[in-house]
Design a protein around this ligand. Structure first.
Ligand SMILES: Nc1nc2c(ncn2[C@@H]2O[C@H](COP(=O)(O)OP(=O)(O)O)[C@@H](O)[C@H]2O)c(=O)[nH]1
Ligand SMILES: [Mg+2]
Ligand SMILES: [Zn+2]
Length: 307
């Protein structure tokens, strides 16, 4: 039987069949993996083939993972080379961010957007907690708007505490499969509850403490609303290490670089120091926001964004 993974802990999974039966599932033996060296070879959103495990009640073996349309992946933590797939087969990924308490850095946003570009996931940036901005809201909106104008990301502003302000997001995600990601404390759980009050009891049950102190992974979980919207909540992610993208490929995933790149003098231009580099020229003349260019440099230099 076929099923969709709704929870992944790295050692066991929950899988829901199309008629709504939920199975405890495990992998056993060899499973053909699509991404090697991950802390969770099977991820939330995966479409799988299950076989009932006759030895245990309500338990199944995952025999096969069907090819993924797309996914969001990051480094599990700074020290490890292990990668963690946050979710697969997504209609979009919403990065929930806030200017304060906690502040989401541009470096973090840009690493997330790079991953979305590289793995074909439409990205939405939801700037939460705008109620905390007071009179600065116009200035923040115009700055964010300027920086991300040509970055191929939909940007929305709102407050999880004000249900009127999240209607645009609610309409956008209707009947879709959506990943919600962001730092711990930005308001993901509050937002989920505001979008779908029916979740109240369940959301927030994802423990933020699971991952602290240990080098374990964090676990995502998919909730399905009555209308069929599938929302994947993740515990807060502290960093977003870029995975499996060669340095030479990175500029391609900065959409605002693309139209200038082919005008560089050298075809293998890294857009850092070369003469007649069209990317550098367009950073100087303001066509490419310098904030985005700084992120590019930082990613290229493999800097991390830990504070
Ligand atoms: N002022 C303000 N506080 C918010 C907003 N959204 C969430 N919070 C608060 O931020 C804190 C963290 O929210 P939570 O949903 O647990 O964040 P999560 O870690 O991303 O799931 C809580 O105290 C929320 O009440 C918002 O839009 N405005
Ligand atoms: Mg939460
Ligand atoms: Zn160049």
């Amino acid at each position: 039987m076929e099923a969709t993974i709704t929870k992944s802990t790295g050692s066991w999974y929950l899988a829901r069949t199309d008629d709504g039966v939920v199975w405890q599932a495990r992998t056993r033996g060899k499973l053909r993996l699509q991404v090697s060296d991950t802390s969770n070879p099977v991820a939330v959103g995966d479409r799988v083939l299950l076989m009932e495990d006759v030895n245990y009640e309500n338990t199944a073996i995952i025999k096969e993972i069907f090819p993924r349309e797309n996914y969001v992946i990051r480094k599990a933590n700074k020290l490890s080379s292990k990668r963690q797939i946050l979710a697969t087969n997504l209609d979009a990924a919403v990065l929930v961010a806030s200017m304060f308490a906690p502040r989401t850095s541009l470096g973090f946003i840009d690493r997330f957007l790079l991953g979305c570009q590289a793995y074909h996931v439409p990205a939405i940036l939801f700037m939460n907690k705008v109620d905390m901005l007071g009179d600065n809201i116009d200035q923040v909106q115009s700055e964010i708007g300027r920086i991300y104008k040509n970055a191929q990301v939909e940007i929305m502003y709102g407050s999880a505490l004000d249900s009127n302000s999240i209607q645009e997001l609610l309409n956008r995600i209707h009947i879709k499969r959506i990943l919600l990601a962001g730092h711990s404390g930005v308001g993901k759980s509050t937002l989920l509850n505001a979008l779908y009050p029916e979740f109240d009891a369940k959301v927030g049950s994802i423990s933020e403490t699971h991952s602290k102190g240990k080098h374990t992974t964090t676990f995502a979980e998919m909730f399905t609303t009555e209308d069929g919207t599938q929302l994947i909540d993740t515990p807060g992610i502290r960093d977003f290490g870029v995975v499996d993208i060669e340095a030479i490929e990175i500029p391609q995933y900065f959409p605002e670089f693309r139209k200038f790149m082919n005008k560089c003098k050298f075809s293998n231009c890294t857009h850092t120091h070369e003469p007649n580099c069209a990317v550098l020229e367009n950073v100087s003349n303001g066509n490419i926001p310098e904030e985005r260019y700084y992120s590019y440099q930082s990613i290229l230099n493999n800097e991390d964004i830990y504070k």
